[in-house]
Design a protein around this ligand. Structure first.
Ligand code: AMP
Ligand code: MG
Length: 491
């Protein structure tokens, strides 16, 4: 179908029509300098029926750089609260993101257009409502990376720069990003009405989310408990995918947990280079609350906050039963993904041990998580093969040989064919991930107004399983300077 122009996008702003307390009307505050387009995600544009060629018009950067609105937009800042680092904060809300409107495509699908960095809102507290180029590039590229990996995520429509100064730990360049998701409702959106004892609003919110996003539950008995169960399922599945790919979110506060099970709010996230189960990507996270190996547990902790908030709507026992399913669901999903990463088709009791020992080998060897898995696809199950390409990842060759013998036996048990397995494994073990150092190079170039690296990474990450001729250096482990870059919340 022919794409729409900016002015003819179709909007239906259902969230703005919820009771007044749910949000505050808030237009973006224009920046002083002229916004300019840095990158557009054509696939995301197509999701809202927007003709990607529209991005060449100056109005495109005008609208998505916070200068002007198009007909049908009704900008609002959404209210929510949440548990931050384990502590309940009674009011957060969108302090620097503005929901411009809900675009509806020809299939009737609805996409929130959320302008991040659009200026202050009544929820900005001490913040300036702005976003910096550095963090918007990271979010933009990581959304593309997650989508390429098949991990549920918010999308990013475009990246728009400006020449306004933004004051963080140092003076930085400003930018805005348009985030798209079917909904930006978070666990914390439920929490605020629960803790304010506004149970009528809680009901309205739950009915809204169910009506729009879990429509098969409308009118069903125990709809709220079932809804919670589905959120449990989606969250368990999401976090299993993060773990399998070696990604840490960094700030898993309940206000950053999507009610749709999407990866939401990219801050100091990180893909691991060297495998370290206790990897902490956020340098402000001194106690490692959100360390890589804590994420599955934090998922449960966050779900228990949501369960608490749903108590006025659903029976305690039903909610508890939902929570009790989490661990098993998570474990099933995680093992399923890890089996695939090891190229195993069948499920056998020894698989859990095989996965753990392989990870143990990687950890003791400080091996690169992504490269080691990718290289494992070259493993030959022929007796006597040295498998040096894989073996070289291990510091302790004896440990490797013991593990390799068991792996070989396990492969034989399901009559695994090396060539077939290699192909399957290369479809689940990415060659390219958004390593911090790659993002850093793209950021530094962009700060000099060279956006070519953003484009290059965007292309690679859209299909990270493919071999791109001449691009192997992008799949390499970081150089020394890029190994332990510190990333903070300040964005
Ligand atoms: P985050 O760490 O991005 O999840 O943000 C936590 C809360 O702080 C949310 O309510 C944000 O909207 C708000 N916030 C973060 N950065 C800013 C900023 N620069 N200006 C205003 N509010 C902000
Ligand atoms: Mg947030």
């Amino acid at each position: 179908m022919a794409g729409r122009s900016l002015e003819t996008l179709s909007f239906d702003n259902t969230y703005a029509r919820l009771p007044e307390t749910f949000s505050v009307k808030q237009n973006p505050t224009p920046v002083a300098s002229a916004p300019y387009l840095i990158h557009v995600n054509r696939t995301a544009a197509e999701l809202i029926d927007l003709d990607p060629e529209e991005s060449v018009r100056p109005e495109f950067a005008g609208v998505f750089g916070g200068r002007m609105l198009v007909p049908g937009m009704e900008p609002i800042a959404m209210l929510y609260s949440g548990h931050q680092f384990g502590v309940y904060v009674p009011q957060l809300g969108d302090g620097r993101a503005i929901l411009l409107g809900e675009a509806v495509n020809h299939r009737g699908e609805r996409w929130d257009l959320h302008l991040k960095g659009g200026g202050m809102t009544p929820f900005s507290r001490d913040g300036d409502g702005r976003a910096v180029l550095r963090s918007t590039i990271r979010e933009y590229l990581c959304c593309a990376a997650m989508r390429g990996l098949g991990i549920p995520t918010t999308q990013a429509l475009c990246l728009v720069g400006n020449d306004d100064k933004v004051y963080r730990e140092q003076v930085e360049t400003g930018a805005m990003l348009v985030r798209m998701a079917p909904s930006h409702v978070r666990f914390g959106t439920f929490e605020i009405f629960y803790y304010r004892k506004q149970h009528e609003h809680l009901t309205v919110l739950a009915d809204y989310v169910i009506g729009h996003h879990y429509p098969h539950l409308v009118g069903v008995t125990d709809a709220y408990a079932r809804f919670f169960n589905e959120v449990v399922e989606r969250t368990a599945a999401l976090i299993a995918q993060w773990q399998a790919v070696g990604w840490a979110h960094g700030v898993m506060n309940t206000d950053n947990m999507s009610i749709l099970g999407l990866t939401l709010d990219y801050g100091p996230f990180g893909f691991m280079d060297e495998y370290d189960s206790g990897f902490i990507c956020n340098h402000s996270d001194h106690n490692g609350r959100y360390a890589f190996n804590q994420q599955p547990y934090i998922g449960l902790w966050n779900l228990s906050c949501l369960a608490q908030a749903l108590l006025p709507l659903a029976g305690k026992d039903a909610l508890k039963a939902g929570l009790d399913r989490y661990q098993e669901l998570y474990q099933q999903q995680y093992l399923r993904l890890m089996r695939a990463k090891l190229g195993l088709r069948e499920a056998r009791p020894e698989d859990d041990g095989l996965v753990r020992e392989w990870l143990g080998l990687l950890e003791e060897s400080h091996a690169d998580y992504t490269i080691a898995f990718r290289d494992l696809s070259s493993f030959s199950s022929v007796e006597g093969t040295a498998n040096d390409r894989v073996r070289d990842h291990a510091v302790n060759r004896e440990h490797f040989d013991e593990w390799a013998a068991r792996y070989r036996e396990r492969l034989r048990a399901e009559n695994s064919r090396d060539d077939e397995r290699c192909e399957q494994m290369n479809r689940v073990n990415p060659k390219y991930v958004l390593r911090n150092y790659l993002a850093q190079i793209a950021i530094e170039k962009a700060q000099q107004k060279d956006f070519s690296e953003i484009d290059r990474l965007f292309t690679l990450l859209q299909d990270p399983f493919k071999d791109y001729p001449g691009m192997d250096s992008y799949a390499a482990a970081p150089p020394n300077w890029g190994k332990h870059l510190s990333v903070s919340c300040s964005s």
